[in-house]
Every structure is written in C-alpha cells, then in structure tokens.
Design a protein around this ligand. Structure first.
Ligand SMILES: Cc1ncc(COP(=O)(O)O)c(C=O)c1O
Ligand SMILES: N[C@@H](CCOP(=O)(O)O)C(=O)O
Length: 461
C-alpha cells in the first residue's frame, strides 16, 4: 500500500515512511492511494472477535511490509493492554435507538489514546530497527497532548514537545501535560489559540532545514497512522449493532476532522453507515461550510468543550481531496486561499460533501442543557464534547440506530460538568493526586523562530 499527498506534489511513501514523515513535503497530508471495500462475509464475522483482532484485520492491508504480522500483533496487544475496559470501546444505550460509544477508557481518558497508544508502539518498533532519534512536536487543544506524552514519555530515542494554547485547556488537561517528570517531555504554553499552535507546527514541517536537523515527526491526526487506528472502533461498534446486515449512523463531536474522517474511511471500506453527522460547538466552521459552501475562518471563541475550539480543521483537506476527484493542484490552491481567510468550494465538491456528511451545531447553553438532561434522564454524566454530539444526534435520530462518540471522560472537565449537572465526577484513583503534583511548563510566544530555537536548544540538534 502506498500513500500519496493531498497536494499531489510529494513522493508516494510506504506506511512506515508516511508515519515517520507526518506532513508531506509539499505541505499536504498523506492518504492511501486506494481504499477498497472489505468482503461482506469478513465484516459479518467481526462480532465474534476481540477489539485487538478487529484492529489487526482492519489495519493489516494498510501496513504492507512496514511491520511483520507478528510485530503488528504485538504492537496491537501492547497498545490496548492498559485500557480500563475489557471491550476497549464499549457501547451503552442512551435512549431508544441511540447509543454512546465510550472512547475514554484509555490511560488519559480521551479517544486519542486509541491511536496514540498504538502509534507509540509503532514508532518504537520502527525507530529501534532504524536506529534513529526523532523530535515529536504536537499541537493540542487539550487531549492530543496528554495522550502523546503518555505514549512517548521516558523513551530514549524520542523528545516530545507539546504546544498548547495558554489558558485555553481545562486544568486537568493542563496538568496531564505539565506534571510528567520524564526529561524527554516538554510542555509549551503558547500565547495564542489552538489554530496558532497547529499553524506553527505546520510551519516547522515546511521549514526543511529545521525539520531535517531535529528529525521532526508529528503525532497529530495529520499523521495517517492516527486516523487508521480510529477506524477500528467504527467497525466494532457497528458490528455489535448488526452491521453489515443492518446500517447504523454515527454522530461525531468534531474539531480537527480526524475522528469523523476515520468514519468516512470506515464507510469506504464497506461499513454500512447511513448518516455520518458532524457535530460542532460554537466554533462551527464545518457546519457553516456544509450549509454555505464556503470555508471561511472566524476567530476561535473559547467554549466549555475546549478540545473542539478549532477553526482551521486540518483533516478537512483529506476529504476535499476526494471531493475534488483527487486533484492535488486544486487542493493546493484552496489551501493557499485559506491563508487569506477562506475559499469557496465548487458545486461538484460541495455536492459530494453533502452526500457524505450531515451536520449540526450546539451552543454553550444547549451543551449545558444536554449534560443536565442526560444526567436527569439516564443517570449518566457526559463530558461537554460528548454533549455537543448528543445534542446534534438528537436532530438526526430515525429508524437506524445512532451511535454518538463519547470522546472524553467527564472528569477531565469538572467545572463545566458541575455547573451543568451539579455532579462531581472523580478522577480514577491512579490520577487522584494530579492536583498535588508539581507542574513543569514553558510559556512561549506565538513565534516560529522562538519556538524552533527552544526546541533546538533543548534537543541539542
Ligand atoms: C474530547 C474531544 N472531542 C472531540 C474532539 C474532536 O476530534 P477531531 O479533532 O478528531 O475532530 C477532540 C479533539 O480532537 C477531543 O479532544
Ligand atoms: N482536539 C485535539 C486537537 C488536535 O487534534 P488531532 O486529532 O489533530 O491531534 C486535541 O485535543 O488536542
């Protein structure tokens, strides 16, 4: 399997090369050259399999020669061994025909662990064989950062730098990033919003002298391996509700478009997904884009679902590539227009997107009201991101079972959850002393040269 860039001007790479490269050298994102449907009888056999077995079945063809069969099995076993639920991603019923897919049983209590624990193992295996040392730089609005730190802390051949927007993540999220004591972990609080953090990260990838000098690698969902790992739970969830004989729908709380793009890939692989619903908070660029056909940036407005406070939604580029018939030159042009505020999507491309996705948005009041209503009617406490999904899913319920992705544990957002529902949700015992641990963080300006200088100084490269 080869991977090609969405901007059509970078060499095609193997899975391992694309994973280690992160962003393509033409600024685009890697996608598989072909995605073909899996056999109906293979999908029908999934309900009898463990999460790990489904992961192996799903990922093997995408990985090619990059890892042997035995290596891949070991990587998958190790990745999910530390999860706090035997099913890894259990489904719970929320109401008639509405289910929550709990994706927060991993070590950092958010869906990011599904991919990050896996690629942590993949990077270690690949780097050990190559004898290389890398510098991972990640941008986070809260959850990617802690998941990346958890997956890579203490490794000899990796330094991890995480850029997060100063003052715009929850206290639990911040402490998850600032309290690890391993010397290869560096939490950087940027004077800016998440879009600034992600833009500086992409600037670093496009600054080849820096990129090559520090051995830059990326673990955001710009990295195809992240997306691939997230496709697995669409299959386990849908098959446990009767797929492929019975279609299902999904609603996905969305920011950087990685998680829902994984759902789009699941559908391309033959999973019968009737509706794939984008749920946004008040930073609703994706919902507006589907409604108006114009992708126009606005200021990021802080919300009670901070991990979704994003306007420049990285993986949207991947689906645009398909919407434009895989014409990398058109995607490159549109992405260049984004620098000056936005772009208008052609009629053919917007028709494609509207056929693939539905969308909706939740205001702050609607998010709080949903947390409260779910607590009062079901006794379950949900996180604000999940609540955005549940609110939007409510507008798309029908005869087909709807699965809303529960993307984080409510204990990561105690203030918002308490305000909305009156409930205090404790952190798991292993994190109970999080608020007593010392923090280690460096405040940095939203300035490429300053951030690069700090990384070079700390890595000595
Ligand atoms: C808790 C939570 N929910 C939803 C999202 C949105 O996911 P994505 O960026 O893949 O669209 C994020 C951040 O990625 C998150 O941390
Ligand atoms: N919501 C994310 C933003 C980064 O997303 P990613 O999936 O591209 O890593 C976060 O929590 O950091």
């Amino acid at each position: 399997m080869k991977y090609i860039s969405t901007r059509g001007n970078a060499p095609a790479l193997s899975f391992e090369e694309a994973m280690l490269a992160g962003l393509a050298r033409d600024g685009g994102l890697y996608v598989p050259k072909n995605v073909s449907e899996r056999r109906h009888d293979e999908i029908a056999a999934l309900p009898g399999m463990s999460y790990e077995e489904v992961a192996y079945w799903l990922m093997r063809p995408f990985i090619g020669e990059s890892f042997s069969a035995e290596e891949l099995r070991t990587i998958i076993e190790r990745a999910y061994a530390g999860f706090g639920h035997a099913a890894r991603a259990p489904l719970v019923q929320l109401g008639p025909n509405h289910f929550l897919l709990e994706l927060f049983h991993g070590p950092t209590l958010a869906f990011k662990d599904f991919a990050m624990q896996l690629i942590g193992q993949m990077f270690q295996t690949a780097l050990a064989k190559r004898g290389e040392r890398i510098t991972i730089v990640g941008a986070t609005s809260g959850d990617t950062g802690s998941a990346a730190i958890e997956a890579f802390r203490g490794l000899d051949n990796v330094d991890v730098f995480i850029l997060f927007p100063h003052g715009r993540v929850s206290e639990v999220q911040r402490r998850q990033m600032t309290t690890p004591t391993e010397s290869n972990v560096h939490a950087l609080a940027v004077d800016g919003d998440f879009d600034d953090c992600q833009a500086r990260l992409k600037d670093m990838f496009n600054h080849f002298e820096f990129r090559d000098a520090v051995g830059l690698a990326g673990v955001n969902s710009i990295n195809w391996a992240r997306v691939l790992a997230q496709v697995v739970y669409y299959f386990t969830a849908a098959s446990s509700l009767g797929a492929p004989l019975r279609p299902v729908s999904f609603t996905v709380p969305t920011g950087n478009f990685g998680d829902i793009f994984a759902g789009y890939i699941a559908r391309k692989l033959g999973l019968p997904i009737e509706k794939l619903v984008i749920a946004t908070n008040q930073n609703d660029i994706l919902h507006r884009t589907l409604e108006t056909g114009s992708y126009t940036k606005a200021e990021v407005t802080p919300s009670i679902s901070p991990s979704m406070d994003i306007q420049v939604s990285s993986n949207f580029e991947r689906v645009l590539f398909d919407a434009y018939g895989r014409d990398g030159a058109v995607v490159a042009e549109q992405m260049a227009d984004l620098a000056s505020g936005g772009f208008t999507i052609s009629q053919g491309a917007i028709d494609f997107l509207r056929a693939e996705f539905a969308s909706g948005t939740a205001s702050e009041d609607e998010t709080r009201a949903t947390i409260k209503a779910i607590w009062e009617t079901t006794g379950q406490v949900i996180c604000p991101h999940t609540a955005v999904g549940v609110k939007v899913a409510g507008e798309h319920l029908g005869a087909t079972p709807m699965i809303t992705l529960a993307t984080a544990h409510p204990a990561k957002f105690p203030d918002a959850v308490r305000e909305a529902s009156g409930q205090d949700v404790p952190l798991p015992p292993r994190m109970a002393d999080l608020f007593d641990r010392d923090e280690r963080v460096t405040r940095v300006p939203n300035d490429l040269a300053a951030i690069e200088a700090l990384i070079r100084e700390r890595t000595g490269r």
